[in-house]
Design a protein around this ligand. Sequence first.
Ligand SMILES: [Zn+2]
Length: 271
Amino acid sequence: MPELPEVETIKNQLNLVTPFTIKSFARSNVSDSIIHTKIDKLKGKIILEVQRKGKMLNFLLSDNRHILSHLGMTGGWRISKEKVIEKHTHLQLTGECDGEKIYIAYVDPRRFGHMYLYNKKDAQNKLNELGEDLKSPDFTYSYFKEKVLKYPERFIKVTLLDQSLFAGTGNYIANEICARAFVLPHRKVKSLKESEIKKLYKSVFIVIDGATETGGTTFAGGYADTTGSVGGGVNHLVVFYQKICQMCRRNEVKKITLGQRGTYYCPKCQN
Ligand SMILES: [Zn+2]
């Protein structure tokens, strides 16, 4: 599933073809399960910029409307000089950037993604459902500590996955944050010492920045960027999908299920 570093990579690539003047658009006949609002009056409008909050892409249009796009499990955007004919293409925008004809297409085999065309106020309301973005300057230590401690009875990893607290986390990121902080993911939040909360906070940046630099992380059959190529971030993982812990390079990684998600940890490095 695309998490913050992957969505950040896609956002940066989309911005290479903005401002993008929309000439026409087409959608698949099954796109209703992804696109939850009316998509209309796009012709002649300009995509000025693409922003991101958590895993939500935010296309700013010249008429003050916004396209919000959440990629779900298998969604992605393609940028191409030719019409995108890839299977599972659900929305295709034909347009122009710097006088060049460009196609921007949303592709999603499993169709768990979500898209909305909103006015400014509705877009803001939707984005306000998310907590601070992990890369935002407002994602401070005091913010992190307050939100982590909000639900003392929760498992640490489950709280880290809560998008209304921490926008942009996902399963691999939460696993890796716990590992790098030497904290077991299935401990209760209330058992955390202040020093451990500090380590968790620091680990957020190690995990996020490591993965973004390499263009996102790819697992079998998963994420691809707008060119369809896969990221190299998998090299940074220390426990997720690992047999041997990459911190001690000695002990076998254990896998359990927590909140219905595969959860990985090193029983020696993490306490
Ligand atoms: Zn270890």
